[in-house]
Design a protein around this ligand. Structure first.
Ligand SMILES: Cc1cc2nc3c(=O)[nH]c(=O)nc-3n(C[C@H](O)[C@H](O)[C@H](O)COP(=O)(O)OP(=O)(O)OC[C@H]3O[C@@H](n4cnc5c(N)ncnc54)[C@H](O)[C@@H]3O)c2cc1C
Length: 420
């Protein structure tokens, strides 16, 4: 799929490193403003850029075709005059010389570079974690392997009750597996949701037959060649056919670090997604960008940030006057529950939760608020199956609106009427 070699003397207008949604959207953003500049996309995975949310949902459950995950067909890249270097990752960056070196040894010289290297799944640090049957979920083939492993009746132990752990639990339970989730904290998603809403997630999964072991970590995984049991930190032995690890991700900052770019919880950028190095941008999971609205840098590990951040970075690279300033947003689907969340709750903010509606109905909203003036200010909000509300939540966050706590909690008061 690659074409003529691009030597260091043959400079590309744009080089994009990364094979995810951010990289694909960046191509679109560039082409909106620059129809002709040469673009090279360099990927580590040996496939076209694709979207990951279906890997823990439609593809894992068999509802979506594998081919549906790709952001564009191969012909689109040819139409956009994009040169693809698939499966040949960048191994070093010389930001002074504007040169990226690939694993194959080839050097690519660029005028403008986008680092869209995303994140990698964090490895489980426990004896036996390298046994066969201990699986992760970040890449397409891992989703396909899990789907196969969830043959009806399999015993599945999931390590970690974060978003990946919960979505995988839902897919496994739907496939008829017996599912146990081991989580050291007291509830799922505790850091983001707090105990009350986290507890609702636990109840949702329990109602589908999932067992939780909260307050327990993994002491070791047993098996001769294949994992056959997870031993928890309380000494409990959980026999299993497959272990799925979902203990978080780490941004792929190695290239940037090696080149001396500013890295602090991701590659640090300004609001135009420019890094500390001349001619180098970063976006998507790997970027810690300056949010004007939030007044702080944020790194967001979600689909919308890859989609919108990739577009914004492409436009910015092509010379458009861009300020990337979304209210962070994500979604999740588990069983018959769909949710959307918008906002940002800084660690240590002391935010309290205000509920709107009855969680047990599986149709409710939750807001994370801090006291201000006579009322509260909304830092973030989420709906569960209450559709067409997330724009109003984003507006409340963006405008830093102070609202009455009781009105916020009252489903009879429209979200855009809270202050009237
Ligand atoms: C299973 C799963 C389900 C998800 N579900 C949701 C969801 O429901 N809602 C939501 O909001 N978000 C979800 N997400 C998160 C969302 O998919 C990510 O935020 C998004 O994929 C980030 O896109 P990205 O392009 O920045 O990075 P990535 O998708 O991580 O892509 C980065 C790419 O760059 C490549 N790369 C890395 N280093 C190099 C290098 N040196 N050279 C070349 N290429 C390199 C990687 O191999 C990878 O292909 C999910 C993620 C996963 C894994």
């Amino acid at each position: 799929m690659s074409s003529a070699a691009n030597s260091a003397t043959d400079r590309s207008a744009y080089v994009i490193v990364g094979g995810g949604l951010t990289a694909a959207r960046a191509v679109e953003g560039i082409r909106e403003h620059d129809a002709k500049g040469s673009i090279v996309v360099v990927t580590e995975e040996d496939r076209l850029p694709y979207e990951r949310p279906p890997l823990s949902k439609g593809v894992l459950k068999g509802d979506d075709e594998v081919d549906s995950v790709f952001t564009h067909p191969e012909a689109w890249y040819a139409d956009q005059d994009v040169e693809l270097r698939l499966g040949d990752p960048a191994t070093s960056l010389d930001a002074d010389e504007h040169v990226v070196t690939l694993r194959s040894g080839e050097s690519l010289s660029y005028e403008k570079l986008l680092l869209a290297t995303g994140s990698s799944a964090r490895a489980l640090d426990a004896p036996g974690a390298d046994l066969d049957g201990v699986l992760y979920l970040r890449e397409l083939q891992e989703s396909m392997a899990l789907k196969e492993a969830f043959a009806d009746g399999a015993r599945v132990v999931i390590v970690g009750a974060g978003w990946i752990g919960l979505e995988v639990a839902a897919a496994a339970a739907d496939a008829g597996c017996s599912v146990t989730v081991v989580e050291p904290q007291a509830a799922p998603l505790l850091g983001v949701m707090g105990e009350q809403v986290g507890g609702w997630f636990a109840d949702l999964h329990r109602s589908h037959g999932v067992t939780f072991r909260f307050g327990e970590g993994v002491s070791r995984i047993e098996g001769t060649e294949r994992a056959d049991a997870v031993v928890t930190t309380t000494g409990e032995r959980l026999p299993t056919d497959v272990v799925v690890v979902g203990v978080g991700i780490t941004p792929n900052t190695g290239l940037a670090q090696g080149a001396g770019l500013e890295v602090d919880n991701g590659i640090v950028t300004d609001a135009r997604l420019r890094t500390s190095a001349d001619g180098v941008w970063a976006a998507g999971d790997v970027a810690n960008w300056e949010s004007t609205t939030l007044g702080t840098h944020v790194r967001v590990e979600h689909w919308a940030n890859a989609n919108d951040g990739g577009l914004a970075a492409g436009r910015s690279m092509a010379g458009a006057d861009v300020t990337y300033d979304p209210v962070p947003f994500f979604f999740s689907d588990q069983y018959d529950v769909g949710l959307e969340y918008a906002g940002h709750v800084p660690r240590g903010s002391g935010a309290e939760v205000v509920l709107r509606g009855e969680p047990s109905s599986n149709e409710f909203m939750a807001f994370w608020v801090v006291p201000e003036g006579d009322g509260v200010r909304v830092l973030a909000g989420m709906h569960v199956n209450v559709w067409d509300t997330i724009d109003a939540v984003q507006q409340l966050v963006r405008d830093r609106t102070v609202v009455g706590r009781d009105r916020l909690a009252d489903p009879a008061v429209a979200l855009d009427q809270l202050t009237s």
